[in-house]
Design a protein around this ligand. Structure first.
Ligand SMILES: Nc1nc2c(ncn2[C@@H]2O[C@H](COP(=O)(O)OP(=O)(O)O)[C@@H](O)[C@H]2O)c(=O)[nH]1
Ligand SMILES: [Mg+2]
Length: 237
């Protein structure tokens, strides 16, 4: 999609999302014509649904993880001359109608990273408490208020896509690493409000990994910030 001469691509990672992908793509098409689905060894007919919808598709026979699929999507976008991507989940948790809010924010700020932040007030209490604690701990770890570190609804410019292709993270921590990279590089992060949608979806993340992985993730974010800043300092010497 062209916005003041800028080409923007919608990027949807999809793993076994046959039940939701078709509906999500219909919604996305109303907002933006250029769409890429990255299917990553799905065992259902995710790929057929993308083909039937007439969108661009990268599909491989084995699973490499969400982070790797996003990187594949960025490489494709850069090769095809896109200036920015808007990435969103294919499981129905992200309302495609918000794409226009990302475009408006990008137009206004040209921030390298714009993240869709869920309004925690809308989340059931059982989920809200861990979210509030997680927000406080993560924000303290990285030294900046990060209202939503988990959200996969994001817009990235070329500079950040190129930078993230250097990441070695292939799975979920990729998105947290992206936040750390922006903080370390002093690249502004902007936010748009998105609704919280819990449908019948089941997360493919293991709950124990989510709990015990959290402190590790905070430490990793701190380490990335420190190392990236050191790298920048030694470049300047
Ligand atoms: N291509 C690809 N997509 C994935 C993979 N794992 C998850 N996804 C997609 O990433 C999005 C978020 O995954 P989900 O399991 O719902 O995570 P959660 O909502 O953060 O709990 C969905 O669109 C998934 O289909 C993967 O290994 N490969
Ligand atoms: Mg989900």
């Amino acid at each position: 999609m062209s916005m003041e001469g800028e080409k923007v691509l919608a990027l949807l990672p999809a793993y076994n999302e046959a039940a939701h992908l078709g509906g999500v793509l219909e919604g996305v098409k109303k907002q933006i014509p250029d769409i890429l689905v990255v299917d990553d060894g799905s065992k259902d007919n995710t790929a057929e649904i993308a083909r039937a919808a007439g969108v661009e598709l990268l599909s491989r026979g084995y699973n490499c993880g969400k982070g790797q699929s996003l990187k594949d999507g960025y490489s494709w976008a850069l090769e095809h001359g896109y200036d920015a991507v808007i990435m969103l989940d294919s499981d129905g948790q992200h309302d495609p109608a918000c794409i226009k809010d990302f475009l408006a924010k990008y137009h206004e700020t040209h921030a390298p990273l714009i993240i869709g932040a869920r309004d925690y007030g809308e989340i059931p209490l059982r989920r809200r408490i861990p979210n509030i604690i997680g927000r406080a701990l993560f924000s303290a770890a990285v030294g900046m208020d990060i209202p939503d570190n988990q959200s996969g609804y994001r817009m990235l410019d070329r500079k950040l896509m190129e930078r993230m292709l250097r990441s070695e993270e292939s799975r979920y921590h990729f998105e947290v690493e992206m936040i750390a990279v922006c903080i370390a590089e002093n690249w502004p992060i902007e936010w748009v409000r998105i609704p919280t949608i819990y449908a019948d979806e089941v997360s493919s993340q293991n709950p124990l990994d989510q709990i015990f992985g959290f402190p590790k993730m905070c430490l990793k974010a701190r380490r990335i910030i420190k190392e990236t800043r050191q790298e920048a300092c030694s470049r300047q010497k």
